[in-house]
Design a binder for this molecule. Structure first.
Ligand SMILES: [Cu+2]
Length: 135
C-alpha cells in the first residue's frame, strides 16, 4: 500500500516537472500556545505558497489563506474524507481562516478546483500542494 502511494506520488511529481519546474515551498507547522498549527498561505495564478505543508495528526490546523489580488477566482479544496477533512472554500483578497484536523497519518492533496469551461483546470496548471500528516 505504501509502495503504491510512493509510485503514485512519483508519477504525480514527474508529470508536474514535465509541465514546468515548480519550486517546492515547504512549511513545517508547530502548534501555538492555543494548541493550533497555524499556516499562512497565499494563493495565486497558479500556485499555493507554501505547497508542502507538514502538520501533526490529531492537532488542529488553521490555514490563513488569501488570494493575490486579481480577477481570476481561486479556491482551497481538500478531499480527504478518510482523514476527516473535506474542504471547498472560495478565496478572496482578505485573509480567510479555515480550520480542520487530520485524523490519519498520510499525504493529502490540496488544490484549487476552479476550471474555466473548455480550458485546463487550475490544478492542471499546477495549482496544488500537499499536506504531509505526521505522528
Ligand atoms: Cu485557482
Amino acid at each position: 500500500m505504501k509502495r503504491i502511494g510512493l509510485v503514485l506520488s512519483l508519477l504525480v511529481s514527474c508529470s508536474a516537472h514535465a509541465q514546468e519546474a515548480r519550486s517546492e515551498k515547504v512549511f513545517r507547522a508547530t502548534a501555538n500556545a492555543a494548541g493550533v498549527q497555524v499556516v499562512e498561505m497565499v494563493a495565486g495564478g497558479y500556485y499555493f505558497d507554501p505547497n508542502l505543508v507538514i502538520v501533526k495528526v490529531n492537532v488542529p490546523v488553521e490555514i490563513r489563506v488569501r488570494k493575490k489580488p486579481g480577477m481570476i477566482p481561486h479556491d482551497f479544496t481538500v478531499e480527504a474524507a478518510d482523514a476527516g477533512v473535506r474542504i471547498s472554500e472560495e478565496l478572496g483578497s482578505d485573509v480567510k481562516s479555515i480550520k480542520f484536523t487530520f485524523t490519519k497519518i498520510g499525504e493529502y492533496a490540496f488544490y484549487c478546483n476552479q476550471k474555466p469551461i473548455l480550458l485546463k483546470s487550475h490544478r492542471e496548471h499546477g495549482m496544488e500542494g500537499k499536506f504531509q500528516v505526521v505522528p
